[in-house]
Design a protein around this ligand. Structure first.
Ligand SMILES: [Zn+2]
Length: 480
């Protein structure tokens, strides 16, 4: 992570339009979402950042529970032999695994892996817990942190240790497990679009890009302001790969012993990185209202004025409970406070001065458009609710307009290369399915296949790379 000296002045914020990468780091530090830790690649989540994560967690968790999933907590460590049990899985994760080799001064007889993901741990327990078809489906999820040692790191987007949730399910049949994989993918799409206000493209990963050990991996991909894609969540169908590796069988209704079919799915705090980049502007963060730690900040103007004190108390009373609100009674100047709360991306600001108090009204300012309106005290709660919805809608539309303007089509490798240069973003083109073609694009352009989108398909064509007959179109982009 790039080290940037901490300053107190919001005015010092690098412009997003000038240097996205620097702006990104600065805005995270200045708004106090997160801070550096002494070990490269690790970050500290500060109260404002943690409040945001908690709101995201609560809304996603409610969706998991509504679809029958339950939360659990599995251990941080696993013996090396466990991780080695599924060959492709260990091959995929081995370079990033951190190992515990000692307990005090004593060297352990078998080194222990700090979980890079928990398939091996959870499948071990599934083999113990699942006996008959009556135990299925088993639908578990855990909120935890995992560790994948990273060399090149950035706040939220690429950290060695990261917070996430990982769902792991076991089913009687392949069809049921497939359906679960798609159900969770849809939950992620719904969450990212309707709560984080980020439009996504939904699709399937290529063989080269799929999760280590999966039969198929599905993804939602969003587009960042620099034209790079961000994988925002994934859902994996494992078939019976893990069931065979970990010997998870059950007695079916017909009396036969069969292997279960499993899935896993995850969303991490990368999604925080996505919402910072997609929505923020030159003045700082813009929090999507549904997950904003503070939805409304009330700033008294002339806070020593008795009528203002009373009017602020009335406004607070009318909003408390219905919205996440904050009243800034600190002794800073109103101007300083405006900048500060804009930096933190609070969606709505309410200003109340002596004249407003006298007229039983308040001034409401939107963070996204900076529009100001005078609202009668009696209409405050209704208006706040309406504006928060409007801000969500506007953020989503704005992001979708940008995304759509950065989707180009290509019918040849030259067009694909030029497309990526001229208008960095998603490039759609036919792909025959061969790994060589996928590699050729990566070598020539640095772009990878983000997914085979479910939409954007319009019949057979010719592979953009080698001209071979192609059934499907892929989305190519450089990615975080
Ligand atoms: Zn091809």
């Amino acid at each position: 992570m790039e080290t940037i000296a901490k300053t107190d002045f919001v005015a010092d914020l690098t412009k997003k339009s000038v240097d996205l990468s620097r702006w990104y780091t600065e805005v995270i530090l200045k708004s106090q979402l997160a801070d550096y830790w002494q070990i490269h690649g690790f970050q500290v989540l500060r109260p404002y950042g943690y409040a945001l994560w908690e709101n995201m967690q609560a809304r996603l968790d409610a969706r998991f529970k509504a679809t029958g999933h339950r939360n659990v907590q599995f251990p941080l460590l696993m013996p090396e032999s466990l991780l080695n049990q599924e060959a492709k899985h260990v091959e995929g994760f081995a370079p990033e695994v951190a190992w515990v080799t000692h307990a005090g001064k004593e060297e352990l007889s078998e080194r222990l892996a700090i979980r890079p993901t928990s398939e091996a741990i959870i499948m071990t327990m599934y083999s113990k817990w699942i006996e008959s078809w009556r135990d299925l489906p088993m639908l578990l999820n855990q909120w935890c942190s995992v560790l994948r040692w990273e060399k090149s790191t950035r706040f939220f987007l690429r950290t060695s240790e990261f917070l996430w949730q990982e769902g792991h399910t076991a089913h009687r049949s392949a069809e049921e497990a497939q359906a679960e994989t798609m159900r969770m993918l849809e939950i992620y799409r719904d969450f990212v679009e309707n709560d984080l206000a980020i439009p996504v493209i939904v699709g399937q990963k290529s063989e080269a890009e799929k999760f280590a050990g999966a039969a198929s991996t599905y993804t939602i991909e969003s587009l960042m302001p620099d034209g790079q894609a961000l994988q925002s969540a994934t859902s994996h169908y494992f078939g019976d790969n893990f069931a065979r590796a970990f010997n998870i069988t059950f007695q079916d209704m017909d009396g036969e012993r069969k292997f279960v079919h499993t899935t896993s799915w995850g969303l991490s705090w990368r999604a925080v990185g996505a919402l910072i980049m997609v929505h923020g502007d030159d003045a700082g963060l813009i929090m999507p209202p549904k997950v904003a730690p503070t939805q409304v900040v009330i700033v008294p103007i002339r806070g020593d004025d008795a009528t203002v004190v009373e009017a602020v108390a009335r406004a607070e009373e009318s909003l408390r409970g219905a919205f996440r609100i904050e009243v800034d009674r600190s002794d800073r100047t109103p101007g300083w406070k405006f900048n500060e709360h804009e930096m933190r991306g609070v969606p709505l600001r309410i200003e109340i001065g002596p004249r407003d108090a006298k007229n039983t009204q308040a001034v409401i300012v939107r963070r996204d458009t900076r529009e100001k309106a005078i609202v009668a005290e009696s209409a405050l709660a209704t208006e706040v609710g309406r504006l928060l919805d409007a801000i969500h809608q506007n953020l989503f539309e704005r992001a979708r307009t940008f995304r759509d303007a950065h989707v180009t089509e290509a019918d040849s490798l030259v067009a694909l290369t030029t497309g990526l240069k001229a208008n960095p973003g998603f490039v759609i083109g036919h792909w025959c399915g061969k790994a060589e073609c996928e590699r050729a694009v990566k070598e020539q352009t640095g772009a990878t296949i983000r997914c085979i989108p479910f939409d954007f398909q319009n019949g057979p064509g010719r592979c953009v790379i080698d001209g071979a007959a192609s059934e499907k179109r892929a989305i190519f982009a450089r990615a975080y």
